[in-house]
Design a protein around this ligand. Structure first.
Ligand code: ASP
Length: 358
C-alpha cells in the first residue's frame, strides 16, 4: 500500500513538475516561450553530448527572440527571428533537418498568428522556401488569404522575395537514415536517395543525439514560439516537417489555425507539437484559449486540462507552450520529454528537456 502511495506521489510530482507555471509579469514587460518538439526523449538515448547540443540550440534561438523583444520589437518579429534559427538548425524537424515523407521528400508546414487583431497566415507542403515561417507571415501580411499550399505557396514566396532553395537544401543524412530504418522496419518500400543529396557517407553518420525516430514513432521535432511584447500583444508561430514517413500531401496541425497554432490578446497564444491528427480533431490551441476566455481558467490549468485529459482520452501524445498578455508562461506535455525554453523580462532563461525538470 505504502509503495503504491509513493508511486502515486511520485507520478503526481513528475506531472506537476512537467507543468510548473511562472509568476505573471508586470505590464509592459516582454516574455517568450520556445519549443523544439515533444516525444519519447530519454536521457539514456540522448546522452550528455546530445543533451548539451539541444540545450545550446534552444538557448541560441531563445536569445535571438528575447533580444528582439528587449529592443522593443514585436512579438511577431521575435517569433520569426527565433523560428528562422531553428529552421536552419538540423537538430529540429523544421526547415533544414525536416523529416521525410514516405516518398523521400521534405514537405514543410508553418503558421503564424497575431493576437492583437486575429490575423493569421499559414503554409502547407512547401518544398522550396527556405524559411516557411517567413512565408506564413507573408501570407498573413501580403495576401488576402490565410492558408496557401504546395507549389502555389512557394511561387508566392518567390514573388515576395523570400529565399528559394533547391529541395535538397532540407536534406540531412541523419533524417534520411531514420526514414530508411522506419520504412524497412514497417516493410514499406524505400524511395531512392533524393536528387541533389550529398553522396552517402562511407560510414554511417554519428548522430549528435541518439534519438531513433524509426524505433519510436512518437518523437516530434516541430518548433514553435509564443511571445508577449512590450506593447502588450501576444502572438504564436509553429514550423515543422510534419511526421516522418507521412503520405505525400498530408497536412498536420501546425498550419491549422486553432489546432497547432492560435493567438488572441483576449485569451492566449499557443503553439503545439505532437501527433497532429489528434490536435486537429480537438482544436487544441483554440480549446485552451477558450477555457481561459470563457471558463476563466488560469493558463496552466487550461493547458493541462486539454493535454492531460482531452488529448489523453483520445490516446494522442504531444504538448503545447502558451502565453497570456499578463505574462503567464506555461508548457504542458504528456510525453517523456519536450525541448523547451522560456524567459520573462528581467528573469533567467529556463531550459528543459525531460518531464522531471521544472
Ligand atoms: N504536430 C506535427 C504534425 O503532426 C508534428 C510534430 O509536432 O512533430 O505535423
Amino acid at each position: 500500500m505504502k509503495r503504491i502511495c509513493c508511486l502515486f506521489a511520485g507520478v503526481f510530482m513528475v506531472a506537476a513538475l512537467a507543468s510548473v507555471a511562472q509568476a505573471p509579469q508586470p505590464a509592459g514587460h516582454w516574455a517568450i516561450v520556445v519549443h523544439g518538439g515533444a516525444g519519447v526523449i530519454e536521457r539514456s538515448k540522448l546522452g550528455p553530448e546530445g543533451e548539451a547540443a539541444y540545450r545550446a540550440s534552444l538557448a541560441k534561438a531563445e536569445a535571438a527572440g528575447a533580444g528582439v523583444l528587449d529592443r522593443g520589437g514585436s512579438a511577431l518579429d521575435a517569433i520569426e527571428a527565433t523560428i528562422n534559427i531553428l529552421e536552419d538548425d538540423p537538430l529540429f524537424n523544421a526547415g533544414h533537418g525536416a523529416v521525410f515523407t514516405a516518398e523521400g521528400k521534405n514537405e514543410l508546414d508553418a503558421a503564424i498568428m497575431d493576437g492583437e487583431n486575429l490575423k493569421a497566415g499559414a503554409v502547407a507542403g512547401v518544398t522550396r522556401t527556405r524559411h516557411p515561417i517567413s512565408l506564413a507571415r507573408a501570407v498573413m501580411e501580403k495576401s488576402p488569404y490565410v492558408i496557401l499550399a504546395g507549389a502555389g505557396a512557394d511561387a508566392f514566396g518567390a514573388r515576395v522575395g523570400l529565399e528559394q532553395v533547391d529541395p535538397s537544401f532540407f536534406f540531412t543524412e541523419a533524417r534520411w537514415q531514420s526514414l530508411v530504418k522506419q520504412l524497412q522496419k514497417e516493410g514499406r518500400p524505400v524511395p531512392p536517395r533524393p536528387v541533389g543529396a550529398p553522396p552517402p557517407p562511407a560510414a554511417p553518420p554519428v548522430p549528435v543525439a541518439q534519438i531513433d525516430e524509426s524505433a519510436d514513432a512518437h518523437m516530434h521535432g516541430t518548433v514553435g514560439v509564443v511571445a508577449l511584447d512590450r506593447a502588450g500583444n501576444i502572438a504564436a508561430g509553429t514550423s515543422t516537417g510534419g511526421l516522418q514517413g507521412k503520405m505525400p500531401g498530408r497536412v498536420g496541425d501546425s498550419p491549422i489555425i486553432g489546432a497547432g497554432t492560435y493567438a488572441s490578446n483576449q485569451s492566449c497564444a499557443v503553439s503545439a507539437t505532437g501527433s497532429g491528427e489528434y490536435f486537429i480533431r480537438l482544436g487544441v490551441a483554440r480549446e485552451i484559449c477558450n477555457l481561459v476566455a470563457f471558463k476563466g481558467m488560469k493558463l496552466q490549468q487550461a493547458a493541462d486540462q486539454v493535454i492531460h485529459k482531452e488529448l489523453e482520452a483520445l490516446h494522442g501524445d504531444g504538448g503545447v507552450i502558451a502565453i497570456t498578455t499578463d505574462g503567464q508562461l506555461v508548457w504542458s506535455f504528456n510525453t517523456p520529454g519536450m525541448f523547451r525554453a522560456r524567459q520573462a523580462e528581467g528573469g533567467k532563461v529556463e531550459i528543459g528537456i525531460y518531464n522531471d525538470e521544472p
